[in-house]
Ligand binder design. Structure first.
Ligand code: NAD
Ligand code: GLY
Length: 369
């Protein structure tokens, strides 16, 4: 279904002269210098955070020293609440203080927050320097490290400031998932789950069988989840890199989810948790639009619940909850002229982008919160 050139361990995302490899393997950070896809340079900067740096920073720096004469490392504060201008500026400070030139390669070592900010810094610094993703959360390995969406949050909206900017290489080391907190593993499963309803119901059925093994971190089962997710993402991004149409399907559950994240305060609900509850809402909305039946909604809700994710959305405003959701959702990047557009499931395995009457959205919010 999704033709992509790959070997057992490597996938290729096909974007012409900006194509790159996604390596999915265990224990590969320490050998990263052997990767042919690494850009040439005399200098590298590893950007990580205060949690991931102490775990894997030394290993990555040691490996990169075989390839780059100078390797710097920068630890950012950890958390979604730090995904903003001030933290981004710490990357520019480090680059300028160390006299980094326009060939310097940035390495994003961490989850989606580090990856999105490092990618955005790479897009901006001297109008663009190369960067490599080394994702260490399940969410980042199956989604955020692939496809070139980079950016930061604004108090008024999630990921509102950013750029499309592709990495040169993505290295997913499955061993790093061993140290991931359980809540974060579940959050990553939300982005794995989303690929089924939008593109591949066989993958959804596989997950229904594999969910216990995924949560137990069975390495070979996780490897399949990461590879299949990346394959689907690469297939979508290869056709619509800048989201003029198809790519929007990857945002299934995200319109409600982003409202939850912004409305609760960044970092209170994890991105994946918000997407979990958001997918239930989007499925319910699809049902009310006559696109799927109740059995499909129940099936998806059950899978999300088994992943350890919330299926009930939070109340954002006791006085006017639906109004608050709608207000936040109008800031969504998919909105056009103030009209919110939702990714809906148009029969299992296929997604569409549609505007929906506010009254129907209100009903869904009232039902799901
Ligand atoms: P995150 O980056 O905050 O990481 C989650 C937590 O796990 C953090 O505390 C982090 O320090 C810690 N951590 C990371 N790796 C670890 C490891 N191996 N062991 C122990 N702890 C580890 O969150 P996330 O879920 O990875 O990413 C969420 C972010 O990704 C959101 O900002 C979201 O908007 C963004 N995102 C971007 C895209 C995209 O296409 N660019 C797609 C999906 C999500
Ligand atoms: N995570 C949505 C996208 O990459 O388009």
């Amino acid at each position: 279904m999704h033709p992509i050139h790959h070997t057992d361990k490597t996938l290729v995302i096909d974007l012409g002269d900006r194509s790159y490899e996604i390596l999915v393997q265990s224990d590969c950070i320490h050998a990263i210098h052997r990767q042919e896809g690494l850009p040439q340079s005399s200098c590298a900067l590893v950007v990580t955070n205060q949690t991931v740096g102490p775990l894997y920073g030394a290993q990555l720096v040691a490996a990169l020293k075989h390839r780059y004469p100078t390797v710097h490392i920068l630890e950012l504060p950890d958390g979604e609440e730090h995904k903003h201008w001030q933290t981004l500026n710490l990357i520019f400070d480090a680059l300028l203080r160390n006299g980094c030139d326009r060939k310097t390669v940035l390495f994003a070592l961490g989850g989606g927050v580090v990856g999105d900010m490092t990618g955005f810094a790479a897009a901006c610094y001297m109008r663009g320097v190369p960067f490599v993703q080394v994702p260490t959360t399940l969410l980042a390995q199956v989604d955020s490290s692939v496809g070139g969406k980079t950016g930061i949050n604004h108090p008024l909206g999630k990921n509102m400031i950013g750029a499309f900017y592709q990495p040169r290489l993505v290295v997913c080391d499955l061993s790093t998932l061993d140290t991931l907190p359980e809540r974060e593993l579940s959050a990553g499963l939300a982005e794995v789950i989303k690929y089924g309803p939008i593109a591949d119901m066989e993958f959804m059925a596989w997950q229904e069988n594999a969910m216990d093994a995924l949560r137990a971190r069975d390495r070979s089962v996780l490897a399949h989840a990461v590879r299949r997710s990346c394959e689907i993402k690469a297939w979508v991004v290869g056709q619509d890199e800048r989201e003029s149409g198809l790519r929007a399907i990857l945002n299934f559950g995200h319109t409600f989810g982003h409202a939850i994240e912004a409305g609760m305060g960044y970092g209170v609900w994890l991105h994946g948790e918000a997407v979990g509850a958001g997918m239930v809402m989007a499925a319910e909305l699809s049902k009310r639009m006559g696109l799927v039946d109740e059995a499909f909604v129940q099936r998806l809700r059950s899978l999300i619940e088994r992943a350890g994710l919330p299926v009930k959305a939070p109340v954002l405003d006791a006085a006017d909850n639906a109004g608050r959701y709608l207000e936040l959702m109008r800031v969504d990047k998919k909105a056009e002229s103030g009209e919110i557009r939702f990714v809906l499931i148009d029969g299992p395995g296929k997604a569409v982008l549609r505007a929906v009457p506010d009254a129907l959205v209100r009903e869904v919010i009232d039902t799901c919160c």
